[in-house]
Design a protein. Structure first.
Length: 550
C-alpha cells in the first residue's frame, strides 16, 4: 500500500493545484518580508565596493537597513506566532483502541480496502456528523511559513464519528457511512495538500491569538493572507472531498444510499432529543447520562409515528454499531456530558449542582421539579407585582373559592389575574416582563459559579446554543403551563411523564394530554380563561387548592 493516495485520482490534481496556489501566497508573503533585507544587502555591498560613494547614499543605506531590521523583526515574530499558535480543535471524547478494538478493526479494514492510510485515532462527537481532523500543527512540523512543499507530511488525521450513529446505525450501515470519510486520508496525505492546510490553520490560529491579546498587527496580516488564499483553500477542500468520494465508490455503494437515509433520520431525532428532552434537564442542573441510548428510543418513536419511516424498526434486529465498543455505557455517559457542555455551557465534570440523571428518574427528577420551580417563580412574580390574594372575583366564588381569599399559591390566583377583562393584555405584559427579569437575575447569579468552574472546563456560554432566548410571552406560557400541571398532579391524580420527541408531558390515567397548550395560549394572549377552566373541570382539577411548590 502506497499510503499517500494516487495523484491520478479524480479530484486530487485539482486539489493539488489549489494547494500550490495557497503555498504561492505563503511564498509571496515571505518574499515581501525579505525584500527590504535584500535591498539593504545590495546597498551595503555597493557602498563597500565604492559604487555608491558620496551623499546621500550613507543616509539612504542607514535608513534602508533600519527598515529592513524592523521588518525582519516584525516578520519573525509573526512567523513565530503562525508557527507556534495552536489551531482550534473540536472538543471530542477520545476513544482508545483498547476501548473499541472492533471499531478500530473496522476502520483499518476500510482503509486497506481503499488503499489509504488508516486514521491515527478515533474520537466521538455528540453530533450527527463525521469528519477527519488534523490534530497536529502542520506548519510547525514542516518549518512554518518558510517551509517548502517538498516536506513530508505528518501523522494521519483523527477520525471523528458522531456518537448517535453508533447507537442508531447497524454495523454495516456505519461502515458504508464512514467509507468516504476514511478515504479522505489518501489525498490528505499528499505533501502539498498537507502543507497548504497547515499554513491555513496557522493563519487562522494567528488571527485568534491577535484577537485575544489585542495585537492587531498580528491579526491584520493574518486576515489579509487568509483572504488572499480563501478561494483556493475552499476549492482545494472540494477537490479532496471529490477524490475521497471517488475512491470510496466501490465500498458498500448500494448500502450507502440506504445508510444516508438513516443519517437524515438520526439527525432529526437527535435534534428533537436535545431541544425537547435534554435542554429542560440542563436548565435544572441535571444532565441525562445516556443521550445516545435515548436517541434510539426517540428514533424508534419517530419511526412509529412517521409513515415514511415504516420498516426502519426492522433494522433493530441487526447488530448495532455500539456493539463495537467495549463499554458503551461509559462512552455514552462521556459524550452526554460533552453534549451538555457544548450545547448548554455546563461544567466538564459532575458536581453537586450538576449531576447526572437516568431516564427512569427523568419524570420525577426533571419534569416535576421543573414544573414546581417555574410555578414558584410565577407566584413570586405575582407577589412582586403586588397582585392581591383576596378577594377573588365574583365569577370564581361559585367555583368554590373561599371568600376570604386564596390559601397559599393557587392556580385560581393566576387565572383571576390574567383573565381580568379590565386589564386584558396589560396584565400579561407586566407578568411576562417580571418573569423575564427574574429569570435573567437567576441566570446572572449562576454565572459566577460557572466561571469558578472554568479550571475544570466549564463554559459560561454554550459553544453551540440550541435555542435563542425565550420571549417574555413564551416564558409566561411555560410558567402558566407548569402551574396547571402542578395543580393537576396535586389534585387530579395526574403524573409527570417523558415523551422521547416532545420532552416533558402531563399524563392522566397513563395517557398523554396534548390539548393543554392552546388553552393556555387563550389565557396568556387573549385574556380568556374559560377554555382552560373547562379543561380543568373536565379533569377534576380544583384551581382554588394550594399547589406544592417544592
Amino acid at each position: 500500500m502506497s499510503g499517500t493516495g494516487s495523484i491520478s485520482e479524480v479530484g486530487v490534481p485539482s486539489a493539488r493545484s489549489r494547494a500550490l496556489a495557497v503555498l504561492r501566497v505563503r511564498s509571496r508573503a515571505l518574499a515581501v518580508g525579505l525584500l527590504p533585507a535584500a535591498l539593504a544587502v545590495v546597498l551595503v555591498t555597493a557602498r563597500m565596493t565604492g559604487r555608491l560613494a558620496g551623499d546621500p547614499w550613507p543616509a539612504v543605506t542607514l535608513a534602508v537597513c533600519a527598515v529592513a531590521a524592523l521588518v525582519l523583526l516584525v516578520g519573525g515574530v509573526f512567523a513565530a506566532v503562525v508557527l507556534r499558535a495552536s489551531p482550534a480543535v473540536t472538543p471530542t471524547v477520545p476513544l482508545s483502541e483498547a476501548a473499541a478494538p472492533d471499531l478500530y478493526r473496522l476502520v483499518r479494514d476500510l482503509a486497506d480496502r481503499m488503499d489509504v492510510p488508516a486514521p491515527s485515532a478515533i474520537a466521538l462527537t455528540p453530533d450527527c456528523d463525521s469528519w477527519l481532523e488534523d490534530r497536529t500543527h502542520a506548519a510547525h512540523r514542516r518549518g512554518g511559513i518558510s517551509a517548502g512543499p517538498e516536506s513530508a507530511p505528518g501523522a494521519a488525521p483523527v477520525l471523528v464519528i458522531g456518537s448517535p450513529f453508533l447507537w442508531w446505525m447497524r454495523v454495516a450501515e456505519l461502515r458504508a457511512v464512514l467509507a468516504p470519510v476514511v478515504a479522505g486520508t489518501g489525498p490528505s496525505a499528499h505533501p502539498d495538500i498537507a502543507d497548504a492546510r497547515g499554513f491555513v490553520r496557522g493563519l487562522d490560529a494567528a488571527v485568534d491569538v491577535g484577537g485575544r491579546t489585542g495585537l492587531g498587527w498580528i491579526a491584520a496580516p493574518a486576515r489579509l493572507l487568509l483572504r488572499l488564499c480563501r478561494v483556493d483553500a475552499a476549492e482545494m477542500e472540494r477537490g479532496v472531498a471529490a477524490a475521497a468520494s471517488e475512491r470510496a465508490q466501490g465500498v458498500d455503494y448500494g448500502l450507502r444510499i440506504a445508510a444516508q437515509e438513516q443519517v437524515g433520520l438520526a439527525y432529526a431525532g437527535w435534534d428533537r432529543l436535545l431541544t425537547r428532552v435534554a435542554l429542560p434537564a440542563w436548565r435544572m442542573g441535571r444532565w441525562p447520562a445516556h443521550l445516545d441510548a435515548g436517541v434510539v428510543s426517540a428514533l424508534s418513536e419517530l419511526s412509529r409515528r412517521d409513515r415514511l419511516a415504516e420498516g426502519y424498526t426492522s433494522r433493530l434486529g441487526e447488530r448495532p454499531a455500539c456493539d463495537l465498543l467495549e463499554q458503551p455505557g461509559a462512552v455514552d455517559e462521556a459524550t452526554s456530558l460533552l453534549a451538555a457542555r457544548l450545547f448548554h455551557g455546563g461544567p466538564a465534570e459532575a458536581g453537586p449542582q450538576w449531576s447526572p440523571v437516568d431516564w427512569t428518574a427523568y419524570p420525577e427528577e426533571v419534569v416535576d421539579r421543573t414544573w414546581r420551580a417555574e410555578a414558584a417563580r410565577l407566584h413570586a412574580a405575582l407577589d412582586a407585582l403586588a397582585v392581591p390574594t383576596a378577594p377573588p372575583t365574583p365569577a370564581a366564588v361559585p367555583r368554590g373559592v373561599a371568600v376570604g381569599g386564596f390559601a397559599g399559591p393557587t392556580l385560581e390566583r393566576v387565572l383571576t389575574y390574567l383573565g381580568d377583562p379590565a386589564g386584558a393584555g396589560a396584565a400579561g405584559e407586566a407578568l411576562a416582563g417580571r418573569l423575564s427579569g427574574d429569570l435573567a437575575r437567576e441566570e446572572g447569579a449562576a454565572a459566577p459559579a460557572a466561571g469558578a468552574g472554568k479550571a475544570r472546563g466549564a463554559d459560561t456560554l454554550p459553544l453551540f446554543p440550541l435555542q435563542p432566548p425565550r420571549s417574555g410571552r413564551d416564558l409566561l406560557a411555560d410558567h402558566v403551563t407548569a402551574m396547571v400541571c402542578c395543580a393537576a398532579v396535586d389534585s387530579a391524580g395526574a403524573a409527570p411523564g417523558l415523551d422521547w420527541l416532545d420532552g416533558p408531558v402531563l399524563l392522566v390515567g397513563g395517557d398523554r394530554r396534548s390539548d393543554l397548550a392552546p388553552r393556555v395560549l387563550c389565557l396568556v394572549e387573549d385574556g380568556d380563561p374559560e377554555p382552560l377552566r373547562d379543561w380543568l373541570a373536565d379533569l377534576g382539577v380544583r384551581p382554588e387548592k394550594p399547589v406544592r411548590l417544592v
